[in-house]
Design a protein around this ligand. Structure first.
Ligand SMILES: Cc1ncc(COP(=O)(O)O)c(C=O)c1O
Length: 421
């Protein structure tokens, strides 16, 4: 064999692709359902050109989502943010009410509360990277109406102590499953453990229709109120068939999901467990090789049997070591950025200013002395320690076992090079 032939037969390693979940699987199933909608010319979920055949795509999505989540009721809406506002509205959160929310969370976990007139009260996370259950007792006041629990990036928050604390405090539990669809906590899909749950189908999420959201609950009253929030206060016959209306109409918003988005979301929901299975498999393969490395601490997973496994988090002892670890991962071309955004709320502009769209709409005493205690960086020592110090290893649907092995080998090598023990 010539030397030229010899070198070309040595297979070059492909670069590990940018991680992608549901978006990586968009294919003929999505095409087929979307085309079905276009050809029917019925783009609106409640009626189309044929009065005898009401459009079915969003209705089917809700039906399959009920089955998947185990919830009695599911309501498709235009985004996860819309679902949050509908859920908060359903719970009756308004001016004067407080909602506990992790300081480390997505923008709209905070802004949705302000949009319905409530006051977000920021809580510390713990090493699950979700709400610290002990924060509920510390932060509850006579004005607290609910706690918004964010199941952060494919892992359930520790729901048993959260539910126990919420019961003790007499407040409702809103589960934000936008980053963790399909995740199981102690045998139950998240979203139905608390009073009401929401999901997002935005592009970076586990399953996606570009934009889109879902709300689930077992409570007929909350379902009716969420429907009214999402459809201008109305309760159309389709929903009235599921829950006979018993609530008075009120001024709602308009968050209705269109049929074409329903088609895409439906095709993706059918792929959810395949995505979870793939990510869990590669996650276990990586963890087998790195899980016992000394001197680094891995994220606590409250139910390791039920997470989605699409991101691995660990903490080196110091911020300096973390930065060195990340720089070396970047040099080795190993993906190490979270797949969806999460922020320390107290650093965002809307918290620093305390403003809403009109001066009278803010729940905060803005002016001299703002940001007040509870809205400043120095009030969150645990979050400030945990969030800037983790290393994250995302796993995509487009990753292979060979990619997983290279990620694990790079972590082991960097750990050795940095002399972590
Ligand atoms: C935890 C969480 N909640 C809510 C949302 C809002 O979802 P959407 O972008 O669909 O409005 C997101 C989106 O990133 C999220 O991560």
């Amino acid at each position: 064999m010539s030397s030229k032939k010899k070198s070309s037969s040595k297979k070059a390693l492909r670069p590990i692709p940018a991680p992608s979940l549901g978006a990586a699987l968009i294919g003929k199933e999505e095409e087929k359902l979307a085309l079905q909608v276009l050809r029917s010319r019925a783009l609106f979920r409640y009626y189309g050109p044929d009065p005898k055949r009401p459009p079915m795509m969003v209705a089917t999505l809700e039906k399959e989502f009920r089955k998947l989540s185990g919830a009695k009721y599911a309501l498709a809406v235009t985004s996860g943010t819309a679902a949050l506002e509908a859920a908060l509205g359903a719970l009756g959160v308004g001016p004067g009410d407080e909602v506990i929310v992790p300081a480390w969370s997505w923008i709209s976990c905070f802004t949705a509360i302000v949009r319905v007139g409530g006051k977000p009260v920021l809580a510390e996370i713990n090493d699950t990277l979700s709400l610290d259950p002990k924060e509920i007792a510390r932060l509850t006041t006579p004005r607290t109406k609910a706690v918004l629990v964010v199941h952060f990036q494919g892992v359930a928050a520790d729901m048993d102590p959260i539910i126990a604390e919420a019961k003790k405090a007499g407040i409702a539990v809103l589960e934000d499953c936008a980053q963790s669809p399909g995740v199981i906590y102690k045998g139950k899909r998240i979203g139905t453990i608390g009073d009401i749950g929401i999901y997002s189908f935005q592009h970076n999420k586990t399953i996606t229709s570009g934009e889109g959201g879902m709300l689930v609950t077992n409570n007929p009253r909350l379902y009716e109120r969420a429907v009214r929030m999402s459809d201008l206060g109305q309760m159309r016959p389709y929903h009235a068939q599921q829950v006979p209306p018993s609530e008075p109409g009120f001024a709602g918003s308009q968050f209705r999901m269109p049929e074409i988005i329903g088609a895409l979301a439906l095709a993706q929901v059918r792929k959810l467990d395949k995505i979870r299975k793939h990510c869990r498999k590669l996650n276990a393969r990586i963890m087998k090789k790195i899980g016992k490395l000394p001197g680094i601490k891995f994220r606590t997973i409250p139910d390791p049997k039920g997470d989605s496994g699409f991101e691995i988090y660990f903490w080196p002892a110091t911020k300096e070591l973390r930065d060195a670890f990340r720089n070396k991962l970047i040099e080795a071309k190993i993906p190490c950025t979270q797949m969806t955004g999460t922020y320390a709320q107290y650093r965002r502009e809307y918290v620093v200013t305390g403003l809403a769209h009109a001066p009278s709409a803010t729940p905060f005493p803005v002016g001299p002395g703002w940001p007040a205690k509870g809205y400043r960086q120095e009030d969150f020592p645990v979050t400030e320690d945990l969030a800037p110090r983790f290393v994250v290893l995302p796993i995509g649907m487009n990753f292979t076992e060979a990619d997983a092995d290279r990620i694990a080998a790079a972590v082991v090598q960097i750990h050795r090079e940095l002399g972590i023990s």
